[in-house]
Write a protein that binds this ligand. Structure first.
Ligand SMILES: Nc1ncnc2c1ncn2[C@@H]1O[C@H](COP(=O)(O)OP(=O)(O)O)[C@@H](O)[C@H]1O
Ligand SMILES: [Mg+2]
Length: 225
């Protein structure tokens, strides 16, 4: 699904990614781990075409996105959902409305929205909080609403950039369990995190990145700092 070939990304002449080659298959769950500043977010930004690369090649489903035209970016992004550490729900809208709003923006009909939002909230385990506002639910629940929102356009790939960064351990595990469940349902997931303890708990493929280079790749491995 995703192929990086000797990818280089520079900021002001400094290499943020330095010759990254990797391959991610449909249906995989990948943990991308490394210290702050290692290049995790940059790698995700390249996948969604938010930043241009300075060398190498990135193929997504055999399409070379290094040369994708700006006008074609929406087609690429339609395949991808993204969640961040910084959750950013609309504070004056309920959980239901936050997900519904994302679908409205994508141009879905009211009928479809009314049918699908409850299904998506059910999937993330928050059907009973549909009418709650962000300030009325926990951080973990807020992140699950954000994940629901990111799933509303049915992406085949979900990128999660430090999604548990602001959460305590219990809430973080809830979010991780949800990402694993989404993966089991068929969505490819890439989880970028510096939290080695979390990655150790989920026995999935781990890619370690240090100073812009992949330094370790483990199948269902354990990550050690
Ligand atoms: N927009 C930017 N401008 C300049 N330097 C950047 C920018 N984004 C990231 N960097 C640098 O690139 C490196 C990798 O950053 P990042 O991908 O955010 O790491 P991580 O997500 O692993 O913490 C860091 O040295 C960071 O300072
Ligand atoms: Mg980051």
């Amino acid at each position: 699904m995703i192929k990086f070939q000797s990818v280089v990304k520079e900021y002001n002449g400094q290499k943020a990614l330095d010759g990254i080659s990797l391959q991610i298959h449909h249906g995989e769950f990948i943990s991308l781990v490394g210290l702050s500043g290692a290049g995790k977010s940059t790698l995700l930004k390249l996948i969604i075409g938010e930043e241009k690369i300075d060398g190498g090649k990135i193929l997504i489903d055999d399409v070379d996105i290094s040369h994708v035209r700006k006008a074609d970016l929406p087609y690429l992004r339609r395949k991808i959902g993204m969640v961040f550490q910084d959750i950013k729900l609309l504070p004056k809208r309920t959980a239901f409305e936050n997900v519904a709003f994302a679908m409205e923006v994508c141009g879905h009909t009211l009928e479809k929205i009314k049918k699908e939002v409850p299904q998506i909230l059910e999937l993330v385990g928050l059907a009973h909080k549909a009418d709650s506002f962000p300030h009325e639910i926990s951080g973990g629940e807020q992140q699950r609403v954000a994940i629901a929102r990111s799933l509303s356009h049915r992406p085949v790939l979900l990128l999660a950039d430090e999604p548990t960064g602001n959460l305590d351990e219990v809430n973080a595990m809830e979010v991780l369990d949800l990402l694993l469940k989404i993966n089991e349902l068929g969505t490819t997931v890439i989880l970028a995190t510096h939290a080695s303890d979390l990655v150790n708990k989920i026995k999935k493929r781990v890619i370690t990145i240090e100073e812009g280079k992949i330094t370790m790749e483990q199948e269902k491995g354990k990550y050690k700092l």
